[in-house]
Design a protein around this ligand. Sequence first.
Ligand SMILES: Cc1cc2nc3c(=O)[nH]c(=O)nc-3n(C[C@H](O)[C@H](O)[C@H](O)COP(=O)(O)OP(=O)(O)OC[C@H]3O[C@@H](n4cnc5c(N)ncnc54)[C@H](O)[C@@H]3O)c2cc1C
Ligand code: SF4
Length: 513
Amino acid sequence: MKRALIPILGDQLSLDLSALEGADPARDVLLMMEVAEEAGYVRHHRRKIAYLFSAMRHHAAALREAGWRVDYVTLDDPANAGSFTGEVARAIDRHRPERIVVTEAGEWRVAAMFDQWETLFGLPVEVRADARFLCGHAEFDAWAAGRKALRMEYFYREMRRKTGLLMAGGEPEGGQWNYDQENRKPAERDLTVPRPLSFAPDAITQEVLALVERHFGNHPGRLEKFDFAVTREDALRQQAYFLRHALPRFGDYQDAMLTDEPFLWHSILSPYLNAGLLDPLALCRAVEAEYRAGRVPLNSAEGFIRQIIGWREYVRGIYWREGPDYPRRNFLEATRPLPGWYWTGETDLHCLAQAIGQTLDNAYAHHIQRLMITGNFALLIGADPYQVHLWYLEVYADAYEWVEAPNTVGMSQFADGGVIASKPYASSGNYIHKMSDYCGACHYSVTRKTGQGACPFNLLYWHFLDRHRDRFENNPRMAQMYRTWDRMDADKRRTVLSEAEDFLTRMSKGDTV
Ligand SMILES: Cc1cc2nc3c(=O)[nH]c(=O)nc-3n(C[C@H](O)[C@H](O)[C@H](O)COP(=O)(O)OP(=O)(O)OC[C@H]3O[C@@H](n4cnc5c(N)ncnc54)[C@H](O)[C@@H]3O)c2cc1C
Ligand code: SF4
């Protein structure tokens, strides 16, 4: 077999990566690269860059320990070419490989680079499917073919059947596929809220933190108290901690939000799953084992497994099926710039201050904060969905386009016109009040619908429905809301719309809101 150069990207940190199958440690060279283009094509949160560079350096050490030859290029290597293609070119000069083997990229932008390599380098390039996902592109396309609507629920059922997870013979465990109705309880503040494990930075991480400080000072987010896991062993510790302390109540409180409690009963595992430190299917099997052992209720186990084999796989399928223009879609023709305080968290809207502040601190917010606070607000004000997409891509440690864009552009901003969601995730302050304790500490009053101190979500919600009437009034899932709006006194409707306009004008002028 001919000598191979095997590039391993920052989200390919799995020891059983498909590119390594059949490779020979004595003959082949693995290439890992910290390149400025990847760290800087959007202004990634500094914690995200630190996490990935440190995890890459630890992974390189683990690969060497396993006997592989790893050529590792650091960001501050004076000869660093700054891009994947530039570094592969330099590595070809150093190692004279006869072929390149790589696991497929996680986004269109990088896939387009791989496509050029054969011509550019005059070497055969083998791009292998990413076996860390359950559902390959062809399988997803076959599932999607001929369907009028690509709803996650039906895809998820296929994945349950395929994996056998939570199945009892051919039927779903407990008789129902989905226990989402039982997963919507508001949480009480008490001492049992679990806190994710904290991992003290070792020497490698400290070196990376200093490097990120030097090179990415103008990127958003805080580096202080960095405590992510950066090795597989520590990521597995966080997984075990989650299974024991948070999973039992994950189901009940999946949608809950509490002031100054960023994590609640969530797993905080997405950065590790998406970079390859953890294996999604093994995690789901461990969750099922907790249920079978009687330590975890079915609504928690099912709710969690649905997020991974359902949502996670489904959004990836949609991303690759819809094509490279997907992040640029703008069905609602929204053009307003995101307010500058999305990068500082300095706003009087307490729910947004909380979700954004935690994001800047931790490069993390849980799903309902992303969807119903920051996403909902951006949708209601008519923010440019591409800009919203870039914001999410920047600020979350787990953000890669394949998973971020469908969630943001599709689910949260309805900019794909309904490929993912059957209706927009728009809501007034009522939902936030029901699911959180945010409103109690807010400058605004959630019970006020108009007038001094009225919650902006209340005003903007109706403004959104009114301005998109043509698009949504015939949507059966929204008809009830339009009936409520139409039954409102005409004067009140005028007041709501004009106060919403006032709010938008003040916000666009940069006045404090
Ligand atoms: C606007 C928006 C943007 C998002 N961007 C990203 C992103 O860039 N990267 C990302 O991994 N997730 C993204 N999500 C999905 C979800 O918010 C995160 O996966 C989750 O908050 C990660 O935290 P956790 O590990 O504690 O998740 P948990 O609540 O513990 O859930 C378990 C796991 O399920 C998976 N999961 C849950 N929901 C989704 C989903 N909707 N899509 C895909 N996987 C899911 C994740 O792998 C997660 O780790 C986004 C959601 C929204 C609404
Ligand atoms: S009152 Fe409105 S703006 Fe304030 S926290 Fe509640 S929902 Fe958010």
